[in-house]
Design a protein around this ligand. Structure first.
Ligand SMILES: [Zn+2]
Length: 177
């Protein structure tokens, strides 16, 4: 008879404890609770000049508005959270300025090291190198800003087509060579 009672009690203990806590905070169920300075203070009234009341009211209205604006500025529209993808066999990350990708940087897909690049002027080619695993990515035609331009156009294409919302395919997207 005891064994089923134990799991039941164990399951309900936190809920009972929290109920008791809430009751203790909100309702003066005992003489001791009724004597608590906090509850006594909560029961008293305050005289405020109307301008202070108005100020409090305005603050109460402004706070959620300010919070919403701050959150929107920080997170922005959903597409602004698209800041990472795989192109040309590398991992790319970027920020936005307006609706344009900025500060486009590339990382090793194996160990996430930011890649260095080497541009050969004679061949007009650039390759990227990982300092951790020493893998080489490329070469790609053009210099590093041309390659960044390629990535920027791919990002903007995916934003236009809505493709950015589908799970990453680890570089299977356009531009892979
Ligand atoms: Zn690496």
């Amino acid at each position: 008879m005891r064994s089923p009672a134990i799991p039941f009690a164990a399951r309900w203990r936190p809920s009972l404890a929290s109920t008791a806590l809430i009751t203790g905070l909100l309702l003066p169920t005992s003489a001791q609770a009724a004597d608590s300075p906090l509850l006594q203070w909560l029961g008293t009234t305050t005289t405020l000049p109307n301008w202070q009341l108005l100020l409090l009211g305005l603050l109460a209205l402004a706070a959620p508005l300010w919070l919403t604006v701050a959150l929107y500025r920080r997170l922005g529209p959903a597409w602004r959270r698209y800041r990472e993808d795989h192109f040309l066999g590398m991992r790319w990350r970027w920020n936005y300025k307006g609706d344009k990708p900025q500060e486009i940087r590339c990382y090793c897909p194996e160990d996430d090291t930011q890649l260095t690049y080497h541009y050969s002027q004679t061949d007009n080619e650039v390759h990227f190198r990982c300092e951790t695993c020493e893998r080489i990515y490329g070469s790609f035609a053009g210099d590093v800003s041309y390659v960044r331009g390629v990535i920027s156009r791919q990002i903007q294409r995916k934003l236009r087509t809505g493709e950015w919302q589908t799970p990453q395919t680890n570089g299977a997207a356009a531009g892979e060579r």
